[in-house]
Design a protein around this ligand. Structure first.
Ligand code: TMP
Length: 212
């Protein structure tokens, strides 16, 4: 059985992650690769319940440490119940957000020290990490405008203000700079098909070509 791969998609609000996850899943499916699409916070029954606590309600309802603990509680459940079993079956798991979002949002955005987030990561996931992380980058104003056009109640983070979102963008680019082997930054203010082509090229170069 072929080995599964774990690919995560990261970026600020309105970057088009969900669309790109779907397009990559379609492309890999056409190649005969078994794919599972999932998301964070969420992706398992328990983690979807925790998601409600995180994405709805007053922007200030949690302090940054409590919020990080909730994200890691959801993540542990998601990884144990969904991600690891799928990888063990040889599937490729495409995940809309993962731990880099905690570092960007709760760390760079809300000021929680990076070492605290790393400790939580070690405790809950150990050495487990994505094989590839696609960071979709676009100007904050463009992303917030796109996200604002969606009528949903899951807008707790969208309401956190432009300067918070500037810190996130900077945070994601810093994460990419520190982990060049794992991360690829893709410009997300291009047409959907261009972004999808760039992502597929990165997947091909970094994951598929190695097996050829
Ligand atoms: P989504 O809208 O992309 O599904 O993500 C839900 C929100 O949760 C989004 O605004 C980013 C936020 N988030 C964090 O703050 N920390 C995390 O660790 C994750 C996974 C998401």
């Amino acid at each position: 059985m072929s080995q599964g791969r774990f690919i995560t998609f990261e970026g600020g609000e309105g970057a088009g992650k969900s669309t790109q996850v779907r397009l990559l899943a379609d492309a890999l499916g056409k190649m005969g690769i078994p794919v599972v699409v999932t998301r964070e916070p969420g992706g398992s029954t328990g983690a979807e319940q925790i998601r409600r606590l995180l994405v709805e309600g007053d922007p200030g309802r949690w302090d940054s440490m409590t919020e990080a603990l909730l994200h890691f509680a959801a993540r542990r459940d998601h990884v144990v119940r969904t991600v690891w079993p799928a990888l063990a079956e040889g599937r490729w798991v495409l995940c809309d957000r993962f731990a880099d979002s905690t570092l960007a949002y709760q760390g760079y955005g809300h000021g929680l020290p990076q070492h605290s987030i790393e400790q939580l990561y070690d405790m809950t996931l150990g050495m487990f990490a994505p094989h590839l992380t696609v960071i979709l980058d676009l100007p904050v104003e463009t992303g917030l405008r796109r996200a604002g056009d969606r009528a949903d109640t899951e807008n707790r983070y969208e309401r956190m203000g432009t300067s918070f979102h500037q810190k996130l963008r900077h945070g994601f680019l810093e994460i990419a700079r520190h982990h060049p082997d794992r991360c690829v930054v893709v410009a997300a203010d291009a047409p959907v098909e261009t972004v999808a082509r760039d992502i597929l090229r990165a997947v091909d170069q970094r994951l598929l070509a190695r097996g050829r």
